[in-house]
Design a protein around this ligand. Structure first.
Ligand code: RB5
Length: 149
């Protein structure tokens, strides 16, 4: 399992705890910036992670900004990316079980670090339920094929 992670200034305060958590749990990752609380534009960072996931160079992505919202909007412009803002544990569980989300977006101005780590742990450990949900994901892929010609 390899992840890519990126943040803007709004998500930066969460980044160190998350990288520590990934290292401690032997989950390999690519850190694609940014590296300070200096103001940057979230699309520039979302696209780095979304490209890696879309081209299957990594298995999943973690994006951090103030709310997670801007990052998720950008990531969902990429083929094969299913990104979601995860504000709580239940959403984290369902995002994998039902939607097989491959990019999660977290809000550095919304979540405490412990909360963010619980959300990441839940997303990583929950299996996709497949069955009827595969049919729905296939419909999403069809929509994507139609709209991204
Ligand atoms: C930056 O101020 C903020 O807009 C950004 O981090 C994010 O919350 C956008 O969705």
């Amino acid at each position: 399992m390899k992840l890519a992670i990126a943040t803007d200034h709004g998500g930066y305060p969460l980044k160190k705890s998350i990288l520590d958590y990934l290292s401690k749990n032997k989950i390999s990752y690519l850190d694609l910036g940014s590296d300070s609380e200096d103001s940057v534009d979230y699309p520039d960072y979302a696209l780095k992670v979304a490209q890696m996931v879309s081209t299957q160079k990594v298995d999943g992505g973690i994006l951090l900004c103030g709310t997670g919202i801007g990052m998720a909007i950008v990531a969902n412009k990429f083929k094969g990316v299913r990104a979601a803002v995860l504000p709580d544990i239940h959403s984290a569980k369902m995002s994998k079980a039902h939607n097989n989300v491959n990019v999660i977006a977290l809000g550095g101005r919304v979540l405490e670090a412990e909360n963010a780590l619980d959300i990441i742990r839940t997303w990583l450990e929950t299996p996709f339920e497949n069955a009827r949900h595969s049919r729905r994901l296939a419909k999403i892929s069809e929509i994507e094929e139609e709209n991204f010609k």
